[in-house]
Ligand binder design. Structure first.
Ligand code: SAM
Length: 228
């Protein structure tokens, strides 16, 4: 998703109080930004922010950070926050490749990946957000008991993501190849912009929840203060 020619998006973002402008300075002390010790959950590749903001509105006792690479896209989320500010949400404009420079060891309670870019060429596999290269980064920042929740309508990307789980040292906690007809996994589901678009076209939505194989007590066991 890349919205072109949005005049002044960088300037609006540079002045926005909802965006953390030098995120590496917050490494290891993100709780100071929120003024509380509640768990921090992040969405990588947030797009226009609908999912993250609906999730944050439904869970005011949790903290949320949305990460988006492009200012033209992030601008939409900032504009939504200007209409309805949520105290438990912040945004970062960055490439997720730098995630370990921005979050400290085990600082994040959960990571959401929604409709990540598929990067269909084999030589670009390492750019896919559920790739083993990214899973190694997530391993550093994710707390004991933390999980990754990944949704997509792209079967090839999902098959790739599932195949990456075990070799990267993770294990599947839950999985479905038709989320919208899976009563259990659908409980509390919050739609993303892409999810609404593709499910309305009749595409099945794939989802997994994974946790680190070496660590016990995944979020689905309600460790980590998970209330969602
Ligand atoms: N998650 C939203 C949804 O489900 O509606 C948007 C999905 S869109 C296909 C993928 C988004 O991820 C785009 O906005 C893109 O800019 C962002 N993205 C892709 N790679 C990224 C990266 N390495 N770091 C941060 N954002 C990234």
């Amino acid at each position: 998703m890349r919205l072109r020619n949005v005049t002044g998006s960088r300037e609006v973002i540079a002045e926005s109080p909802f965006v953390v402008h030098e995120p590496a300075l917050q490494k290891g002390k993100w709780h100071e930004i929120f003024g509380n010790e509640r768990p921090i959950h992040i969405e990588i590749g947030m797009g226009k922010g609908r999912f993250l903001m609906d999730l944050a509105a439904a869970n005011p006792d949790m903290n949320y950070i949305g990460i988006e690479k492009y200012s033209t896209v992030l601008l939409r989320a900032v504009q939504k926050m200007e209409e309805q500010a949520l105290p438990n949400v912040r945004f970062i404009r960055m490439d997720a490749e730098e995630i370990c420079e921005v979050f400290g060891r085990e600082e994040v309670g959960r990571i959401y990946l929604n409709f990540s870019d598929p990067w269909p060429k084999d030589r670009h596999a390492r750019r896919r957000l559920p790739s083993r290269q990214f899973l190694a980064r997530y391993q550093e920042i994710l707390a004991r008991g933390g999980t990754i929740e990944f949704k997509t309508d792209n079967m090839d990307l999902f098959d790739f993501a599932v195949a990456e789980v075990e070799p990267a040292g993770w294990r599947i906690e839950a999985m479905t190849r038709d989320l919208h007809h899976d009563e259990k996994m659908m409980q509390g589901n919050i739609m993303t912009e892409y999810e609404e678009k593709f499910s309305s076209m009749g595409n099945p939505i794939y989802k997994y929840i994974i946790c680190q194989a070496a660590k016990t007590g995944c979020c689905s066991d309600r460790a980590q203060g998970c209330t969602e």
